[in-house]
Design a protein. Sequence first.
Length: 448
Amino acid sequence: MLEASLIGFGLLLLAVFAGGMIDHSQTLRTYFDHDSLTLAWVVIFYGFAAAVLPVWLLLAPRDYLSTFVKLGTVIVLAVAIMTLQPEIKMPALTQFTNGTGPIFGGSVFPFVFITIACGSISGFHSLIASGTTPKLLDNEKYIPMIGYGAMLLESFVAIMALIAATVLEPGVFFAINSPIGVVGAEAAGAIQKINAWGFKVTAEEMELLAKNMGETSLFARTGGAPSLAVGMANIFGKAFGTNLLAMWYHFAIMFEAIFILTTLDAGTRVGRFMLQDMIGNIYPKFGQTSWMPSIILSSAIVVSCWGYFLYIGVIDPNGGVNILWPLFGIANQMLAAIALSVGTGILIKSNKLKYAWVTGLPLIWLIIVTTTAAYQKIFSQDIRVGFIAAARDLTEKINAGLIEDSKISITYQLIFNQKLDAFITLFLLIILWTVVVDMLRISFFKKN
């Protein structure tokens, strides 16, 4: 085990080093330089492969080796932050706390909790803990360290991510994260608009930053990953030398991609198991997790579901994150609420009512947050918040002839996506309340 780990870790470091060499090769880099839609298909194929192949062949070793990168980066970043004590340049409060900001619509409550997502509480982890994690444990005694320790580490990463992002100049932060649909496609227009908000940034400053990070441009790089990578690169640069800023930047991008791939492969595999189990109640053979036709079909269905949302995120002119991340955050915390409901019900039915408050209190808070966020995302009349309102606004713009002919087909697809998101949010909300009400019913029946 030790020998394999050392070999794998050595090859991992070699791959990181070779990536820089490939980037500087005009011949080789063309084989790795692809547009966003092509990369989306590659990610979709990876998710399918990770769900179909045996867990020991791809998912387990990739996640195992990536753990070294995650833990190593988190530890080094923490030491660098504590040593350098970088200045936080983002104001504690801006004029955007009322929900009028360029990145996300919606007020601080409830959307700050939805935006932080896994950094506050993660339903996704409860899902994985019940599906994939038990298959990778040698002994049950490791469960508290892995389960509770993972959540502590997740929150720790969230805090450091906030620090890394807020050490940037506010103008730079907004230049990177504001979508084209808000600030425009031209750099000059974006600079003018951001300066009008009261945050100073210049075109020369952004050009120099992009050059130092090894990018052609950093304008409108929505999603949060680029700004986090720039912040991490600046911190690492101050600690280990600014001549390696580009390497630190791309290393940080890889660090973030590892988290995403882990979410996709583990989530897809668990989704496959759940789908097989559900359909297996109707067609028993489909429930056999070793039957290859069932594996392939269930994996394809799960991958197509999240793959579609990845696709619409790529084609969305506003960067996709505006509609995808709130939906992800709501779904993630609804899963957490469902897990807490199950835990509360088990405590009560196990005659441990005096401990039920441990899961009951956070459950109440999550119900309030997720229900409020879901209601606003469905029914808000603000087009930057409500899915239905945004769909209606796009429809009116098409009818008024305000959409270019070349963009009408994409706009119709965006309208459908907004309505689909509203339906999914409502569906998730119904599931949450069904579970909560049923838990209360069972608890009331137990008491009587």
